[in-house]
Ligand binder design. Structure first.
Ligand SMILES: *Cc1c(COP(=O)(O)O)cnc(C)c1O
Ligand SMILES: [Zn+2]
Length: 423
C-alpha cells in the first residue's frame, strides 16, 4: 500500500454536492472519513472507498435518463445535475451477442461488452468522467494522471472538453498511436523513461507538490474507481435487467473487476435485478501477471513484478486493487489467469475473424483467458457469459502487424487479379 497521505489546503470537502455519496470508508479497517480529497486511511494507509445513502431507484428512472453513464448518476459520487456539465459523455456502449465466437469455442451463450464505443475508444472514459466531475466539485483546478496509454487519452480529452488544464505522464515506450492520440488534445504531456510503476511514483510525488492537481487514479482514486461500476450496470440493463452467470474482465490495477462486481451487488440490493450468483474471472498477460500468480499460489497479497508484455494497457506491476480482485474471484467462485503474448495476438485475430471486432491487446488478453479457462474446465461453456473488450485495436497496431498478412499491390487488370487470387 502506498503510505503517502497528502491532505490539500486548496481543495475542499464537497459538502452535499456529490449526490447520494455520504463519506469515505477504509477498505481495510472500516474507519470512515468525510467526503473530500482523501484517498488513504490515516490509521492503516488502506485505500478509501465511497459510501452512499442509497436512494430508491426504479428501472423506469434509469431508463428515462440520458444515453450515457449519467443515467446511473444516483449511484455515483456526482451532483444530480451532472448531465448538464461539459463531459465526454461515455457509456451505453454495445453489448454484442457473439454467436460465431461462441460456436468456435463450444459455448452456449456469449456476449461481448464492446467498450471501443467510448469517446476515446476505451473504458477509461467512464472513470475519468466521474473523476473530473468529483474533482471539480472539490475545487481541484488541474486534471492529471500517470497512464499506461488509454487513461492518457481519456484525461486529455475530458480536460479539453471541460476547459480544464491537463497534465499527463506516460512511459516513453508506449504505443505510438496512444502517444499521438493524447498529444492531439493539447495540455501538458510528459513521456518518462521508465516503467508505468516509475511514472506512478513520480505522479504521487507531484500530487504532494501541487495542491490543486487531481491525479484521477491517485489522489481522487476513490471517486474515479466508482466509474467502472457503470460497466456492470449497463451489462445488467442490456441483458434485460438480469445478471450473467459468468463474466471475464481484464485486470491491470484490478479496479475494473472489483467495481463490476460492486455494480452487480448494488443492483441486486436495490431490487433492480433478481438476486443471482455470478462468477467473476480476471484476465492478465503472462508478462505482467502478479494477480494471476497470487491467485494460483493461494496468496492474499500480490507480489510486484516488472512488466514485459505487448499488453501495455494492462502492464501494472504493482496493482493497487490486486488483493481486492483476488477477493472477488475467490468469493464468487471465479479465477484469475494469464496468457502469453502469442496467445494474445492469436485471440485478437480470433475475435476479429469471428465477430468483426478489432480489440486492443487487452481484448486479446480477455479472449485468450476465456479460451484457456474453457479448456481447463474452470469456465462453464453452458453458462451465459459476458466478456469485456475494453479497448480498440487501432491503438495497438504494432502488436498485431507482424501476424497479419498485408497483400502486395497488383496492376489494375483482370489477369493480375486472377494471378493474385490463385497464388
Ligand atoms: C486500464 C485498462 C484496463 C484495466 O483497468 P483496471 O481497472 O486498472 O484493472 C483494461 N483494459 C484497458 C484497455 C485499459 O486501458
Ligand atoms: Zn484503515
Amino acid at each position: 500500500m502506498t503510505a503517502n497521505i497528502h491532505d490539500f489546503d486548496g481543495p475542499r470537502a464537497p459538502g452535499g454536492r456529490l449526490g447520494h455519496a455520504t463519506g469515505l470508508s477504509c477498505r481495510e479497517c472500516g474507519k470512515t472519513v468525510e467526503l473530500g480529497p482523501h484517498y488513504a486511511c490515516e490509521d492503516c494507509f488502506g485505500p478509501l472507498e465511497v459510501r452512499y445513502d442509497y436512494p430508491r431507484l426504479t428501472r423506469a428512472d434509469i431508463e428515462s435518463g440520458p444515453r450515457n453513464i449519467w443515467r446511473y448518476a444516483p449511484l455515483l459520487p456526482v451532483p444530480a445535475d451532472v448531465a448538464r456539465r461539459p463531459t465526454t459523455e461515455p457509456g451505453c456502449t454495445r453489448l454484442v451477442r457473439a454467436d460465431s465466437l461462441a460456436r468456435e469455442l463450444g459455448m452456449r451463450k456469449l456476449w461481448i461488452k464492446d467498450d471501443r464505443d467510448n469517446p476515446t475508444h476505451s473504458f477509461k472514459d467512464r472513470v475519468v468522467a466521474v473523476a473530473l466531475v468529483a474533482a471539480t466539485e472539490m475545487g481541484f483546478k488541474v486534471l492529471a494522471c500517470p497512464s499506461t496509454g488509454n487513461l492518457a487519452n481519456a484525461v486529455a480529452a475530458a480536460a479539453a472538453r471541460a476547459g480544464v488544464r491537463s497534465v499527463v505522464l506516460v512511459p516513453a515506450d508506449l504505443e505510438p498511436q496512444k502517444i499521438l492520440t493524447t498529444a492531439v488534445y493539447g495540455g501538458t504531456f510528459i513521456t518518462v523513461d521508465g516503467t508505468y510503476d516509475d511514472v506512478n511514483r513520480l505522479a504521487s510525488e507531484l500530487a504532494g507538490e501541487h495542491d490543486d492537481w487531481a491525479f484521477v487514479n491517485v489522489n481522487v482514486r476513490p471517486y474515479y474507481a466508482e466509474g467502472s461500476k457503470t460497466l456492470g450496470f449497463e451489462i445488467a440493463e442490456q441483458l434485460g435487467w438480469r445478471l450473467p452467470e459468468q463474466i471475464v474482465v481484464p485486470v491491470a490495477s484490478g479496479a475494473q473487476l472489483v467495481k463490476v462486481d460492486k455494480g452487480f451487488r448494488e443492483f441486486v440490493s436495490l431490487g433492480l435485478v433478481p438476486g443471482a450468483s455470478w462468477r467473476a474471472f480476471g484476465a492478465q498477460a503472462s508478462g505482467c501477471a502478479p494477480v494471476s500468480a497470487a491467485f494460483a499460489a493461494g496468496h492474499d497479497v500480490v507480489r510486484p513484478v516488472r512488466p514485459s508484455t505487448i499488453a501495455k494497457s494492462l502492464a501494472i506491476g504493482n496493482p493497487a486493487d490486486g488483493p481486492y480482485a483476488l477477493d472477488v474471484a475467490r468469493r464468487t467462485g471465479g479465477a484469475i489467469a494469464d496468457v502469453s503474448d502469442e496467445e494474445i495476438v492469436d485471440s485478437i485475430k480470433l475475435l476479429a475473424r469471428t465477430e468483426g471486432i478489432f480489440g486492443e491487446t487487452a481484448g486479446g488478453v480477455t479472449v485468450g483467458v476465456l479460451r484457456k479457462l474453457l479448456s481447463s474446465g474452470q469456465l462453464d461453456p453452458e453458462a451465459e457469459t459476458v466478456i469485456i473488450n475494453s479497448g480498440d485495436g487501432l491503438k495497438t497496431l504494432d502488436a498485431v502487424a507482424p501476424a497479419v498478412t498485408v497483400p502486395a499491390a497488383i496492376r489494375p487488370t483482370l489477369e493480375a487479379f486472377e494471378e493474385a487470387g490463385t497464388r
